[in-house]
Write a protein of this length. Structure first.
Length: 526
């Protein structure tokens, strides 16, 4: 078959690109290797409980809602409320002013570091202001500026002035958050408590703005998968073709065609790669490329990516409980970041990558009592997402892919999963959720290896490239985000979380739309 555009990867970026190209009337084929689209945005049902398999809520950032409005998609959202808890103290993040509650919480836990905490909070307030400027308007990419000229004059142009004055201040805060905080305190426990629920070496401007970003999270009624269902229906309603269970194994840029796992050949005028980038460069048939300069540029990009690693992954426990949601409502919000000990996870020591099983298990026991948990309770947002009087929890911790892969190779992967489940339940039952052990109806878990297999992401990463990559193999300057689309392969652009850093849902939408615009422009010229 011949198509104007083929999009590889049915995650948020691929869905966005496909939606805009199909809306514009182009013949498109979206190829997704799994049986369902969505990638790290998905929901599934188990014994009457609805769980979100990827992200727990959706950040707007002036991108999500404008995109849905632009496409004419009607999705009901509810506000996603977030709580932060340490030991037996929990605060709810409802407004910017709750930064004071966060400061009081830290002061109570670390009374000897009050001056240091005051300085850190002052820095956080500044960073929150900078990021409020960056994400403070609806992105003009999703506006019809001919119809919205008043918005252009009254909102966008003044914002551009503010952003020009702010951008250099944001760029100056690119230092890893752990190192940045060391300028203000040497209390390792305090450093851990603030930074340990962020990815390793997350830039300070991104990590310390999160109290602002927490206020911009929303949840689709029915589960995060509703977003994917609506996008799929939109694409198919505009005669776009979606082929799930279709892995693209080879790309022949010379003939402008891709070959899938069943040996089927699909021809394109333009290709958008919205999946794992290492997979893309492995799939290119270099021997067919006649232009030596192109071939050399591809080889250089392959070499550049060879030693680059994906960001942190997660271990997730899905837990069904014979407890009413009111039990959990009394504890915290529906989206809860909880740390069971003020000691900080550094106490557990470094990751025992090359240790024997007893040593790894001992480390895991300590790690799960110190780390920070992201706990999501879907039924608190939508009463239909669990049977009456029951509650489903999604409990995640950042976790290392290499350790998980090593354990799998050692032959005790299933035992490892059960051991982690036991440690998590025991920790939460002895701290914030007493009694949950006796109320379990079912439980199961996923690991970084699961994420790698299902999402197809390098090392099970949940947000693109690791911040520890130097240099970063992706664009990281927002004013130059158009550079994120570029590849050395003629007729191919890229989109998604691997194209820009730091990434996430808004970046996937943004790059998906930009890729569609680029392809549409090139097809019109052609």
């Amino acid at each position: 078959m011949n198509y104007d555009a083929i999009i590889v990867g049915g995650g948020v970026a691929g869905l966005t690109a496909s939606a805009y190209l199909s809306k514009a009337g182009y013949s498109i084929l979206l190829c997704e290797k799994e049986e369902k689209c969505g990638g790290l945005v998905n929901s599934f049902k188990r014994d009457g409980f609805v769980y979100d398999g990827g992200i727990r809520a959706m950040e707007n950032s002036g991108v999500l809602f404008p995109m849905l409005k632009h496409l004419g998609l009607d999705i009901e959202f509810v506000k996603n409320h977030i709580s932060l808890g340490i030991e037996d103290r929990v605060i709810r993040i409802e407004t910017i002013e709750n930064i004071i509650d966060y400061q009081d919480l830290l002061n109570d836990l670390y009374p000897g570091s009050r001056d240091e905490i005051g300085e850190i909070i002052a820095r956080i307030k500044k960073i929150m202001h900078y990021m409020k400027v960056q994400y403070g308007i609806d992105n003009p990419l999703f506006l019809d500026l001919k119809k919205d000229r008043a918005y252009l004059v009254k909102v966008i142009l003044p914002w551009m002035v503010k952003y020009a004055l702010t951008f250099s201040k944001i760029a100056a805060l690119n230092e890893p958050v752990e190192d940045y905080l060391k300028h203000y305190t040497r209390n390792q426990s305090l450093l851990d408590i603030i930074s340990q629920h962020f990815f390793h070496e997350t830039p300070a401007f991104f990590a310390l703005s999160y109290l602002t970003l927490y206020l911009d999270y929303y949840y689709p009624v029915g589960g995060t998968g509703i977003f994917v269902e609506k996008m799929v229906a939109f694409i198919e309603g505009h005669q776009g073709n979606i082929s799930t269970g279709t892995a693209i194994l080879r790309v022949d840029p010379q003939k402008q065609q891709v070959i899938d796992g069943q040996g089927n050949i699909h021809r394109y005028k333009r290709l958008i790669w919205a999946a794992d980038l290492k997979s893309f460069y492995r799939s290119i048939e270099l021997e067919n490329i006649t232009d030596e300069r192109v071939k050399q540029a591809i080889l250089e990009r392959q070499e550049e990516l060879a030693d680059k690693t994906g960001n942190d992954s997660v271990f997730t426990l899905f837990l069904a409980l014979d407890l009413d949601k009111e039990y959990f409502t009394s504890k915290a919000s529906e989206h809860f970041f909880y740390t069971p000990s003020r000691s900080g996870q550094s106490v557990a020591g470094s990751i025992p990558l090359h240790a024997d099983r007893p040593t790894i298990e001992k480390w895991l026991e300590s790690f799960f009592t110190m780390t920070t948990y992201e706990i999501s309770c879907p039924v608190m947002r939508d009463g239909r997402l669990a049977p009456p009087g029951k509650t489903g929890l999604i409990i995640s911790v950042l976790f290392d892919y290499q350790l998980t892969k090593t354990i799998e190779q050692m032959g005790w992967y299933e035992d490892f999963k059960s051991f982690c489940e036991m440690c998590i339940i025991r920790t939460l039952a002895s701290t914030i959720y007493p009694g949950i052990q006796e109320a379990i109806l079912h439980k199961f878990s996923s690991t970084p290896v699961t994420m790698a297999k299902i999402a197809g992401n390098t090392e099970g990463a949940i947000t693109g490239w690791a911040f520890s990559n130097h240099p970063m193999p992706a664009e990281s300057r927002l004013p130059r985000i158009l550079n994120a689309l570029k590849t050395p392969v003629p007729g191919v652009v890229q989109a998604g979380q691997w194209t820009y850093s730091p990434s996430g849902l808004p970046i996937s939408i943004l790059t998906g739309k930009l890729a569609a615009d680029r392809v549409s422009q090139e097809l019109r010229k052609k």
